[in-house]
Design a protein around this ligand. Structure first.
Ligand code: ZN
Length: 496
């Protein structure tokens, strides 16, 4: 056969295989559930065709598989836009890779994650995307995207920013601290990056803690013999966080750039972001599960190193202001900041807080903790819960409208959640790869029963059915249409 004919023939075979595959794809009808989106709660059915949601409402169409969701909440899959997989940090590496990390994610109802990728010394910014694609290949169980992290703010790096945005990674992160880990970006560079990224259609994520204060306080405390875990928090006081937040908001004002303050932990931060938003600045903020769940009291415990993270846990008054900030939609979402280090690595900090790798494994508990602590305690409505764990992360980080909602045309990423079942969270009941848990013994109401990712049942009860490598790279693009989804403070008018 001549080559051209062979190619045509191959194409026909492929097409027929595709058709066959399609016929085998099942229509799944989820009946009688309570469907919760970020806008509404309703009794409705959902029809899945192939990998997408085909219809919602009252549906009586034949399907290959009908699932009775009576008594269950039907939610869009959670989206976690702040995780650190394979993260080399403070002389160790996180134990969540693209298999173990997405396995824990899937069990926690998370069907999309966005991971950070640090620019390596002497390497380009585009390499950050390629490196993670290699790391994820053959391993990821759910869909994933990348936030590049700039570590070398050279002219070459800045020139690459538009290409990185066009490669589907339009949100870039910089750290205002961690000099010894090679992450610190000075304010003058930060401002330049914010401006360049803005022109390219991207958004800058900032780890806001003032490096000068920390670099003064850490040696002062260590030299005074104050090395217990609680001094980690004392070495990074709220003033350090507030000063950095203030500095980067000023940069957003000067440049018009889009700024996203990650893992905000102070009440003053809420006030500053509120004022900035009232001014009309493009300033947004998230907080993380652990700041809502724990206060700095836990750092005084024998096992206080478990909760060493940065910024550190704050007191009850700050925590209460974070909850209010969420309710007021000043803080637009809650992510996990999953950074899972082994107990052996965490123990570097047992007698020296400054040697403890900063981070808490948290990719799995987020949806559950926010239901128990948020919805059941009257701090959040059901739609607000879905907004902060799913819809808002999808919208702000360019995964919407395919992710984070249940409208026809969206990816069929769906969680079936039993709001009544009670269980105890901890190392035994969770699936995260670290050999310890910060969430040990916490009583939880509400259990994830089934998780679908692009129409495929990946979690059924306690079993994971997902094949390694099925997760796909999510090409992200921020939606800046005037009044578009990114800037809506409530609701998600999704259009396809
Ligand atoms: Zn982080």
């Amino acid at each position: 056969m001549p080559p051209a004919a062979k190619t045509l023939f191959e194409k026909r075979v492929l097409d027929s295989q595709k058709r066959l595959f399609k016929q085998q794809m099942r229509k799944i009808l989820i009946k009688n559930g309570t469907v919760v989106t970020n806008e509404t709660v309703s009794q409705a059915d959902i029809l899945i065709e192939d990998d997408q949601i085909a219809a919602t409402g009252t549906i009586d169409t034949p399907a290959d598989n009908i699932i009775d969701a009576h008594g269950l909440l039907v939610l869009p899959g959670a989206v976690d836009t702040h995780v650190h997989f394979n993260d080399v940090f403070m002389n160790t590496v996180s134990v969540h890779d693209y298999y173990t990390g997405t396995l824990a994610a899937a069990h926690g109802g998370v069907t999309s994650i966005v991971d950070f990728s640090n620019q390596e010394k002497g390497k380009s910014l585009l390499d950050t995307v390629e490196t993670k694609k290699k790391e994820a290949h053959g391993l990821a169980l759910v869909d994933w995207g990348i936030h590049p992290v700039i570590t070398q703010p050279t002219a070459d790096t800045l020139a690459e920013i538009p290409r990185v945005v066009n490669a589907g990674a339009p949100t870039i992160k910089c750290y205002m601290t961690y000099r010894s880990d090679g992450l610190l970006i000075e304010n003058t560079d930060l401002k330049r990056i914010l401006k360049t990224l803005h022109s390219a259609g991207g958004m800058l994520m900032v780890h806001a803690e003032d490096n000068d204060i920390i670099e003064t306080e850490v040696p002062r405390l260590v030299n005074a013999g104050k090395t217990a875990p609680v001094y980690h928090a004392r070495s990074r006081p709220k003033e350090a966080e507030n000063k950095a937040i203030r500095a980067c908001i000023d940069m957003a004002r000067e440049t018009g750039g889009r700024l996203f303050v990650v893992h905000m932990a102070t009440g003053d931060g809420v006030e500053m972001v509120k004022t900035a938003q009232a001014e009309g600045l493009n300033v947004f903020a998230e907080t993380c599960t652990h700041y809502l769940m724990f206060t700095d009291k836990v750092l005084e415990r024998e096992d206080g190193i478990k909760w060493i993270c940065s910024p550190p846990l704050r007191d009850g008054a700050n925590q209460e202001r974070l909850w209010e900030g969420l309710k007021e939609k000043i803080i637009c979402m809650v992510t996990s900041d999953d950074a899972a280090y082994s107990w052996e690595a965490k123990r570097f900090g047992k007698d020296r807080f400054d040697l403890c790798p900063n981070g808490i494994p948290g990719i799995e508990p987020r949806l559950n903790v926010l239901y128990s602590e948020g919805v059941l305690k009257g701090r959040l409505s059901l739609p607000e819960w879905v907004e902060i764990v799913s819809a808002a992360p999808a919208r702000y980080f360019g995964l919407a409208p395919r992710k984070g909602n249940l409208a026809p045309g969206a990816d069929a990423d769906i969680v079936l959640f039993d709001p009544e079942e009670e269980w105890v969270m901890g190392q035994e009941s969770l699936h995260m790869a670290a050999d310890w848990s910060a969430y040990e013994g916490i009583k939880i109401k509400g259990k994830i029963k089934k998780v679908f990712s692009r129409g495929e049942l990946i979690i059924d009860g306690d079993r994971c059915l997902a094949k390694k490598g099925r997760g796909k790279f999510i090409y992200r693009k921020l939606n800046y249409a005037s009044g578009g989804p990114l800037f809506e403070k409530s609701g998600a008018k999704t259009s396809f």
